[in-house]
Design a protein around this ligand. Structure first.
Ligand code: AMP
Ligand code: MG
Length: 398
């Protein structure tokens, strides 16, 4: 038996990053991995800017308030004002450049009407107040994104804010995906007696898409050695990684092992965890292969713990370990499993964790319900109020 960490380290030691780099328009870069740092050629904001709707003033002229001053100009966002004439104020709006000569913004709420062309300022102003200085968000020459960062919404927004229209990204990992099992039927087909719907195909394809992979969906492969072997050979010709679900147990209907051995090399690992346990790793004609267990919850959890970091490493992403949150259990688990267990749990409004009642590895209802996984050490019973380690799905899915 391998520990989770040993299995992950073994996998990662084999994760050779893809080499290709391409330029893509920023609107199509979601989920890709940045190949080179993004360095800003501009200051953000480009000029001192108002943070409020109000009046640009000389703070010294507001030494005794209330004071009524003429409004000498109006500066909406996007326009450059003239130098502020002494003894006057400028009407100004949020985001507009502060005119030369002004050194503070008085918010609209600290003024009162004083008739045509003038305004009464009711409170004194501190020099610099409500002014966002040029370059205070981002300086010229500042590295805003490092190579290896994954481009999700915040990173794309940031790249856009410094004017990037194209981004250099790593090549997309092409992942061939197939499910094994003669019992499997695709949604949309009638369900004959003894058969089940194929949930892993849809779920794993979605997980891969969320990681920015190009999914090559090879569907369901029948439980026959020749068919399984042919599927692997076909996949190895056009993919950077092959992922399968099912068929990695030791039953006589499990053909993944002999098929891969016939065309490459295979290790079958028993990982000391629940759900999950059997995990296959190997190569088919030099293309890496990860065989996930067939039970959908096991497939899901082993994908997140093993396939995901492997995929991110091959895409050249800088791996950031999901940090477990220490949270209190709102439940009792008197009899813990003798293996390390990843329990499906949800946050209560009080910030504690409740457990999904049915933790069997076939029941995807637990995964769809959960906010995350409790990483519970082997044999450790949990009593209400105990602090446990919680891995939010939000830090594992993307
Ligand atoms: P296996 O690893 O092939 O022995 O499968 C273990 C269990 O998972 C069996 O009950 C299978 O019917 C089920 N299973 C395998 N593949 C899938 C799949 N793609 N979707 C849903 N259940 C599956
Ligand atoms: Mg099977």
């Amino acid at each position: 038996m391998l520990t989770v960490e040993e299995a992950r380290a073994r996998l990662l030691s084999q994760a050779v990053p893809l080499r290709g780099v391409e330029q893509v328009p920023i609107g199509r870069a979601l989920g890709r991995v940045l190949a080179e740092p993004v360095v800003s050629s501009i200051a953000v904001p480009p000029l001192d800017a108002s943070q409020m709707d109000g009046y640009a003033v000389r703070a010294a002229e507001l030494a005794s308030t209330p004071v009524t001053l003429p409004v000498s100009q109006r500066i909406p966002a996007g326009q450059i004002g003239a130098a502020l004439a002494p003894g006057t104020v400028a009407r100004i709006f949020t985001g507009a450049p502060v005119p030369p000569g002004a050194d503070a913004i008085v918010m609209q709420e600290a003024t009162s009407a004083a008739g045509e062309g003038a305004i009464t300022l009711t409170e004194p102003a501190r020099a610099g107040q409500w002014i966002r200085r040029a370059g205070s968000d981002i300086a010229v020459g500042q590295t805003v994104l490092a190579a290896g960062e994954r481009l999700l919404a915040p990173q794309l927004g940031l790249a856009a804010s410094v004017g990037c229209a194209q981004l250099p990204v790593r090549a997309r990992l092409r992942v061939a995906l197939f499910s094994t099992g003669d019992e499997l039927v695709m949604p949309g087909e009638p369900l004959p007696p003894g058969r089940i719907y194929n949930s892993n195909r849809t779920m794993l394809a979605a997980l891969l898409t969320m990681l920015g992979c190009e999914v090559q969906d090879l569907g369901i492969v029948p439980d026959r050695l020749e068919a399984t072997r042919a599927a692997f050979v076909g996949a190895s010709a056009r993919a950077d990684l092959i992922i399968t679900s099912g068929g990695v147990s030791v039953g006589e209907e499990d053909h993944v092992k002999p098929a891969v051995q016939g065309e490459g090399a295979l290790d079958l690992w028993q990982v000391a965890m629940k759900p999950g346990k059997p995990l296959a790793f190997g190569h088919v004609r030099a293309v890496p292969f990860i065989g996930l267990p067939g039970n959908p919850v096991s497939s899901f959890v082993t994908f997140l713990l093993f396939a995901r970091p492997f995929i991110l490493a091959r895409q050249g992403a800088v791996l950031r370990e999901a940090q477990p949150l220490p949270l209190r259990a709102a439940f009792d688990l008197p009899r813990a499993d003798k293996r390390r267990e990843f329990l499906r749990a949800r946050l209560t409004p009080a910030g504690e964790l409740e457990l999904f009642a049915n933790q069997v590895s076939s029941a995807l209802v637990s995964v769809a319900w959960a906010d995350g996984l409790i990483d519970n050490p082997a044999g450790q019973a949990i009593a209400r109020g105990d602090v446990v380690r919680f891995l939010p799905l939000s830090s594992l899915l993307w």
